[in-house]
Design a binder for this molecule. Structure first.
Ligand code: NAG
Ligand code: NAG
Ligand code: NAG
Ligand code: NAG
Ligand code: NAG
Ligand code: NAG
Ligand code: NAG
Ligand code: NAG
Ligand code: NAG
Ligand code: NAG
Ligand code: NAG
Ligand code: NAG
Length: 639
């Protein structure tokens, strides 16, 4: 995790210099309007007073799931059952007949496996590596439902969470009508992921956006100014979120009319055709500038914004965020406000570390008149020097006065979801009320000097859960070792399972399938600060991410997909008192962290790109793998 100060230093040292944009072919692109959530904001980016519904919106306690989620889950469980039967149609678990098992237990849907997927932060690197994993898990991806692949896991999942760069991925998929990664890559309907142009340049004028750079910046500035003039406090995050939206959302004017809550209003989501998206951000305590391990963790789901943490322990209807709530209700003299939950602002709020990046706009090589417009915005933006998203009015003003440190605050400071070091968005998925059985946790963190993950995020979530009567508020998380052990045992070089033994937990908690970024076909450890990717590098990282998730299409372990199946079924087996098939016992021996610790300071971590690392899968052992890495088998010189 990097601090804002670190970012500034990197900026000064020129680490951000954006490559030229002409690597992107200005293909003829039809500005088609298709495949997305709903453009239902009342007035573009500007939150606007509207008449309230018959029953006025209120803040609710986090004591249970929302009625919306509870009823949606009833439909979703049926959809995931048929998706899992498809998945286990091509994923064999030895001779165990998973289809019959699922049929047998499906009378009681709480016996069925309940799957979550979590995608970490880490800028564009995390978005793209995460995209590779999602592509691998998606049954719509070509060849993903063949032997050795994992297509259908996404369709079988109940939840998909993203944070910072991971939230850009979640936004790209769900705001664009649950589109596929392949479509985001090829962009036949208007080139969505054109990452050759950084946010400093804006989209190619040949694309759906039909803007030159100057027009693009003027659009960003105008939108934020309009919000400000409507009486809402703004921050750099407003500009940043607008810029992101141009890159992530397949709609004209950078999807300015798209709200996050509109996801919940689409027929496909209401029919529970796809998983529930969750975006995570952190809270900063009043008067503090540093975010610690006890930060409040917020989630944005399709219906609500709020937190399960004891500091607030409440949710607001997302559609009416921006309304002036007080003490949990909307006073009679206040109107309902809609349009505050602009989708770009939500993913911008989850990734505020990049506020320093957007601040660079002031000194970039832009035409003078554009710089003038932006300088004007930044001067009129409050707290221009801080990496926060300002949420004003705070929906939780006057709520839980006795216990909430935020209750007397009229504005809330929301920051990057990774600032508390929990760079994988796990908090929403370990809430006991959600009963998640297994989390596929894709980690693209830049923990080591060499920009690879080393378990830091899991350590942070585990530590937080130990304070169960405090900030953890009843959550439990599997024990994980320290980062030196992660590196010494090679737990960050291949998937590792945590929490296999459910009797060794402080409370009900999912099994965590940790999937660390690792070089297979490409060195995907690009800098968090790299702000532009040409199409070939973009595609190389996505393919490497596919191989990270599938262990190179099971060439690294011929039983990998069976082991994924075992992880999915493990908690369900326990609930139904089903004997664990032999192949699963062997998988757990192979992939579960067994409690071994080696906290010796390791040598610098430098894995080498390799597809043939441990082809002797039958003898796969973590320690041996670490040795193989050290020996640097089959080097790929990339970059
Ligand atoms: C969203 O995707 C579904 C499934 O592909 C499709 O039936 C529907 O028409 C799409 N909606 C929009 C608004 O494009
Ligand atoms: C969520 O539930 C509330 C209260 O039952 C209902 O008014 C609202 O329409 C629901 N939202 C969606 C998007 O279905
Ligand atoms: C899918 O598999 C077929 C048959 O092996 C192959 O020809 C094709 O190139 C594959 N497609 C992709 C995207 O890998
Ligand atoms: C969180 O708060 C607990 C007390 O509730 C304290 O013991 C712990 O040190 C704090 N952790 C961090 C990382 O600030
Ligand atoms: C509503 O009443 C409260 C309390 O009197 C006041 O602070 C607030 O400004 C009023 N709101 C409007 C929109 O007049
Ligand atoms: C909570 O605090 C607010 C703001 O100070 C105050 O207006 C309200 O009366 C308090 N509510 C209760 C129940 O004490
Ligand atoms: C793991 O990552 C943390 C966070 O960046 C770093 O402080 C620590 O030195 C790393 N340890 C190892 C063994 O890589
Ligand atoms: C894995 O499968 C993908 C997609 O089918 C393919 O592009 C890639 O080359 C395969 N990689 C290996 C190592 O087989
Ligand atoms: C998969 O596991 C089975 C059962 O342990 C074993 O017999 C087989 O050799 C393994 N296959 C591969 C390709 O590792
Ligand atoms: C679970 O196992 C680990 C490793 O053996 C151990 O460190 C930890 O204390 C155990 N936790 C519980 C709750 O028993
Ligand atoms: C522990 O890790 C250190 C550093 O990587 C290594 O030298 C040592 O052999 C390991 N110890 C054991 C018992 O594996
Ligand atoms: C399980 C648990 O400890 N829940 C607590 C979470 O925080 C709220 C608000 O402080 C408490 O009311 C719950 O009891």
């Amino acid at each position: 995790m990097k601090t804002a100060a670190w970012f500034s230093t990197a900026l000064l040292s020129g680490a951000l210099a954006a490559p030229a944009s002409d690597t992107v072919a200005a293909a003829a692109l039809a500005p088609e309007i298709a495949r997305r959530a709903l453009p239902n904001a009342p007035d573009g980016y500007t939150p606007t007073s509207v008449s309230c519904p018959g029953s006025r919106p209120t803040i609710r306690s986090a004591a249970k799931l929302s009625a919306n989620e509870t009823s949606w889950l009833e439909t979703r469980r049926g959809k995931t059952l048929s998706a899992m039967k498809d998945f286990f149609g091509h994923v064999q678990v030895g001779s165990f007949d998973v289809g019959s098992y699922l049929d047998k237990i499906s009378g009681n849907s709480s016996n069925l496996p309940n799957i979550g997927i979590a995608v970490s932060g880490g800028g564009y690197r995390a978005m793209l590596n995460g995209a590779g994993a999602i592509k691998a898990f998606d049954s719509r991806t070509e060849n993903a439902t063949t032997s050795g692949h994992l297509g259908g896991l996404l369709q079988s999942a109940t939840y998909v969470s993203g944070l910072s760069g991971g939230s850009w991925l979640v936004g790209s998929i769900f705001i664009n009508n649950f589109t596929t990664i392949s479509d985001l890559q090829t962009g036949q309907a208007g080139a969505v992921w054109q990452l050759g142009n950084s946010v400093f340049e804006g989209p190619d004028s040949g694309s759906i956006q039909l803007l030159d750079t100057a027009g693009y910046f003027k659009d960003l500035a105008d939108a934020v100014e309009a919000k400000k003039h409507a009486g809402f406090d703004t921050s750099i995050t407003d500009v940043w979120g607008r810029a992101l939206a141009y890159q992530m959302f397949n709609a004209s004017a950078g999807g300015i009319d798209y709200t996050w809550s509109s996801i919940g209003m689409t027929p496909e989501f209401q029919n529970a055709e796809y998983p529930m998206p969750l975006v995570v951000a952190d809270g900063r305590y009043p008067g503090e500038t540093v975010v610690g391990g006890n930060a409040t963790v917020y989630e944005f789901n399709p219906w609500e914004f709020g937190t399960w943490d004891p500091t607030i322990y409440a949710f607001v209807p997302l559609e009416f965020l921006g309304s002036r709530f007080s003490g949990g209700t909307l006073p009679d003299n206040e109107t309902c406000v809609r349009g505050y939950d602009n989708a770009g602002f939500i993913i911008g709020s989850s990734s505020t570390l990049f506020n320093d990046v957007i601040t660079e706009l002031n000194t970039g090589s832009l035409p003078a008149f554009v710089t003038d417009v932006l300088t004007d915005v930044f001067q009129s933006v409050d707290k221009a020097d801080e990496d926060i998203a300002v949420y004003e009015p705070s929906p939780f003003y006057g709520y839980n006065n006795a216990t909430s440190p935020y209750a007397q605050q009229t504005e809330m400071d929301v920051v990057d979801g990774g600032e508390d070091l929990q760079n994988i968005p796990l908090q929403p998925l370990i809430q006991p009320d959600r009963h998640v059985d297994v989390i596929f946790a894709v980690d693209s963190s830049a923990d080591t000097e060499t920009v690879w993950p080393n378990g830091t995020s899991l350590v942070a979530t585990y530590q937080r859960s130990l304070n169960s009567s405090g900030i953890g508020n009843g959550t439990a998380f599997p024990a994980v070792p320290d980062q030196n052990t992660f590196v010494n045992l090679g737990l960050n070089t291949r998937p590792t399972f945590f929490g296999c033994d459910s009797s060794n937990l402080t409370g009900p908690a999912p099994l965590v399938v940790y999937i660390p970024n690792y070089p297979y076909s490409y060195n995907s450890n690009t800098s968090t600060l790299q702000m532009s990717y040409d199409d070939s590098q973009r595609d190389d990282i996505i393919l490497n991410g596919y191989e990270v998730a599938t262990m190179a299409n099971s060439t690294r372990d011929g039983n990998w997909t069976a082991c994924v199946g075992c992880a999915i079924l493990s908690r369900s087996f326990e609930r139904t008192n089903t004997a664990v098939p032999d192949i699963c016992t062997q998988c757990f021996q192979r992939y579960c962290w067994d409690g071994t610790v080696n906290s010796t300071q390791p040598a610098p971590y430098e894995p080498s790109a390799s597809l043939t690392l441990d082809s002797a899968a039958a003898t796969f052992m973590p320690a041996m793998l670490a040795t193989a890495v050290a020996a640097g088998v089959a080097l790929f010189a990339v970059m």
